[in-house]
Ligand binder design. Structure first.
Ligand code: F3S
Length: 396
């Protein structure tokens, strides 16, 4: 693999032992994937933040990186942690877990990484431009960056995004190259999609069928931001989709028209939509109602606030969002409306990366197929519904 003189220097220790090791990781990865060279990346979004997933071994590795001088040289943000960094005790997070989590955040901060703790960095000012090479982890964020923003990233991991943050480089292969961004299947959407949960169901159905193949959707209508993030999160979860194109919706779709001829066609019908939802309709006895996967945007918080205002949610509604969006929602009065109704709006974390089971919850109701998929994989009873349906039920 070709390396510039500067990259060779980093590899041989010019920027210290941590940068050398991390550069070694990127070069090894590039060699595995047949990359010819490295490419400068403009920003990184780093996953692997929750103490629940990292444990002691992961925590020690991060502290070692910080102690041996790893420092970000490009803007870098963080994925959700395992708890609200301020209200963790109120959530019921055990103290030992909180200690480990705070040490992880401390290590990232020492490395110069912004502790945004969100899977929607694009809602808090981290918005790569069309065609920008970036290094992002977190499958839903990757799907959004590639598809909706038209930036270029592979589905990176925690260590490789940290390596990119510290070196400013990534190996050039996969979705960084034009030829790998072309669609492999055309999905004709016949079902009428009316809210973010319908788009989430379409994503879940598509990922199941396509694995990692890039879909080209026709008939998506005019999805709003919440619907596009829900679609990407679900198709990245049930398959491994990192990029989708939507006719008249996503920035690269027009360029892809010349590659559609001869591709396999699939149709998503009303029956398919109902079939996906039916997988998660089990009635639950005492669930926690979790919304905000991916992290709720302002519009979603406004909707929730409007639906719960003046009602009593019985302390079983948790909504997850980022600090940036929380601040805006606070100014608009949405947070107060939700909390006065007995709901809680937590930042920095989500239902999947927080230790919900250890906190005594066994049943979850959610509007996200990504969250539903993971929660049932963790052995929790899971039920899906639209925000309106779930809030009506929680009131009862
Ligand atoms: Fe984000 Fe957690 Fe869902 S990281 S995409 S809210 S599983």
């Amino acid at each position: 693999m070709y390396l510039t003189r500067e990259e060779e220097g980093v590899l041989s220790g010019d920027r210290g032992p941590a940068a050398a090791k991390l550069m070694e990781l990127l070069v090894a990865l590039g060699e595995v994937f047949g990359a010819e060279r490295l490419v400068p990346v403009e920003s990184a979004h780093i996953s692997g933040v929750s103490y629940k997933n990292l444990g002691e071994a992961g925590l020690e590795w991060l502290e070692e990186q910080a102690e041996t001088g790893a420092r970000a040289i490009i803007p870098a943000t963080l994925n959700p942690a395992g708890m609200d960094l301020e209200r963790w005790a109120e959530m019921g997070v055990p103290e030992e877990f909180a200690d480990g989590q705070m040490r992880i955040i401390g290590a990232f901060v020492r490395m110069g990484i912004e502790p945004t703790c969100t899977c929607t960095p694009y809602l808090v000012g981290h918005v790569p431009k069309l065609g920008a090479q970036v290094a992002w982890a977190e499958s839903s964020a990757v799907c959004f960056a590639n598809s909706v923003l038209g930036a270029r990233t592979n589905r990176e991991s925690g260590p490789t995004t940290l390596a990119s943050a510290v070196t400013g480089r990534a190996a050039i292969y996969g979705y960084r190259l034009d030829e790998n961004r072309r669609p492999g299947v055309v999905v004709e959407v016949e079902a009428e999609l009316s809210d973010a949960m319908d788009y989430s169901a379409l994503g879940y159905w598509t990922g199941r069928r396509l694995g990692t193949t890039v879909p080209y959707f026709r008939g998506l209508g005019q999805p709003d931001l919440e619907s596009m993030k829900a679609l990407g999160a679900a198709c990245a979860t049930s398959g491994g989709i990192a990029l989708w194109h939507g006719e008249g919706v996503t920035p690269e779709a027009g360029e892809m028209e010349g590659y559609l001829e001869g591709l396999e066609r699939m149709t998503f019908t009303r029956a398919d939509l109902e079939g996906v939802a039916a997988q998660f309709t089990k009635p639950l006895e005492n669930p926690i109602y979790c919304l905000g996967c991916p992290h709720a945007g302002l519009q979603e918080l406004e909707e929730i606030a409007g639906l719960v205002e003046g009602r009593e949610m019985g302390g079983r509604l948790w909504v997850f969002t980022s600090r940036g969006v929380y601040e805006e929602a606070e100014k608009a009065g949405y947070i107060r409306a939700i909390e006065e109704a007995g709901g809680r709006v937590y930042r920095d974390t989500c239902m999947v990366v927080a230790p919900l089971k250890e906190m005594g919850w066994t049943e979850v109701a959610t509007n996200s197929f990504k969250a539903g998929h993971y929660m049932s994989g963790m052995g929790m009873e899971t039920r899906m519904g639209t925000i309106r349906e779930l809030l009506a039920e929680a009131r009862g």
